[in-house]
Design a binder for this molecule. Structure first.
Ligand SMILES: [Mn+2]
Length: 317
């Protein structure tokens, strides 16, 4: 059931032992909103713990609380930025049918939680969290400001994507006022690239293929390429955006081999194509211009299916 933000705030106020769940392969928004909520609830004197199926990436280490302890039985379970229980990952799937509240901005959210606050117009869950913590009367210290600001900028490509709205900028302005270290965060998130990242980008550009009058760009990143570049999934973050930087490209398909005959696909589109709609054909989802799905099978079949779907989407415009 969908609920209003005021009720979500009330639910959080009513509970004292709260577990926060974030999505696998964590990004700046799921961790930024998760830790923003974590520190906000700590301020209210609650016991809080945040979990992820994967190891937490080093680049977000400034979020972490070395004092965080799981030594309590939660009486309330909240998920942030998790559009589907499939995204909880192996370590958290045990909670799939036990989630009390989901706070999300994915239009494809499957409404798996007992109650859901969903704002598909919000740039990020971190944006939602800014207004939620305000309702809870939290004092925004630097730590909370840094967490939420990171989520805002990573999900909007530093305020460049179409999901950036008036509320995004309002929240960001307030977060800067509260001490968000925007210069360092933006440099760390967008400017600084590891050698592994540069090596991977070089391979991606080299192997890029174009279809349908160059309206579709296709990129395949194999495990061998990842290994050669010395890259892990955090290095990969944002690689799919490269396809959309190319003039005339309406659909960017970026495939990452995650196992034998197992591919994770990131779809990036221009205004001409709905990425979420394309991914739904393969049981995936996401946002209008950025969505994802997974496909199993040999690469030739996977590629054929994806290109056919892309062609269909392009043909209908
Ligand atoms: Mn998000």
């Amino acid at each position: 059931m969908k609920i209003e933000l005021e009720l979500a705030a009330q639910r959080l106020r009513e509970h004292d032992k709260i577990l926060i769940l974030t999505h696998k392969n964590p990004d700046g928004d799921t961790l930024g909103s998760g830790f923003g909520l974590y520190y906000g609830l700590k301020q209210l004197g609650k016991q809080v713990y945040l979990r992820n199926s994967d190891e937490l990436p080093a680049k977000f280490s400034y979020f972490y609380d070395s004092q965080m302890t799981a030594e309590f039985e939660p009486d309330y379970i909240v998920s942030v930025d998790v559009g589907d229980t499939k995204l909880l990952g192996t370590k958290l799937e045990q909670y799939a049918d036990k989630i009390d509240l989901c706070i999300d901005h994915h239009v494809s959210n499957t409404l798996y939680a007992k109650e859901t606050y969903l704002d598909g117009a919000a740039s990020s869950v971190s944006e939602i969290l800014f207004f939620l913590l305000e309702l809870l009367g939290i004092w925004f210290d630097e730590q909370i400001a840094n967490c939420l600001y990171t989520g805002l900028v990573t999900d909007t490509g530093c305020f460049k994507f179409s999901n950036t709205g008036v509320k995004t900028h309002l929240a960001a302005a307030r977060l800067i006022e509260f001490g968000a270290d925007y210069e360092r965060i933006n440099r760390d998130m967008f400017e600084t690239k590891s050698f592994a990242r540069i090596a991977l980008e070089r391979m991606v550009l080299d192997g890029m293929e174009f279809y349908f009058d160059r309206r579709c760009a296709y990129v395949l990143v194999t495990r061998a390429m990842m290994e050669e570049a010395g890259a892990d999934y955090t290095t990969f973050d944002g690689i799919s955006a490269i396809t959309r930087q190319i003039e005339g490209v309406d659909v960017g398909l970026t495939l990452r081999e995650i196992g034998a005959d197992d591919y994770k696909i990131s779809v990036r589109t221009s205004a001409a194509v709905n990425a979420s709609e394309l991914c739904r054909k393969f049981d995936g989802g996401g946002h209008v211009r950025a969505a994802g799905c997974t496909l199993k099978g040999n690469i030739a079949d996977v590629k054929r299916k994806l290109l056919a779907a892309a062609q269909e989407m392009l043909g209908s415009r």
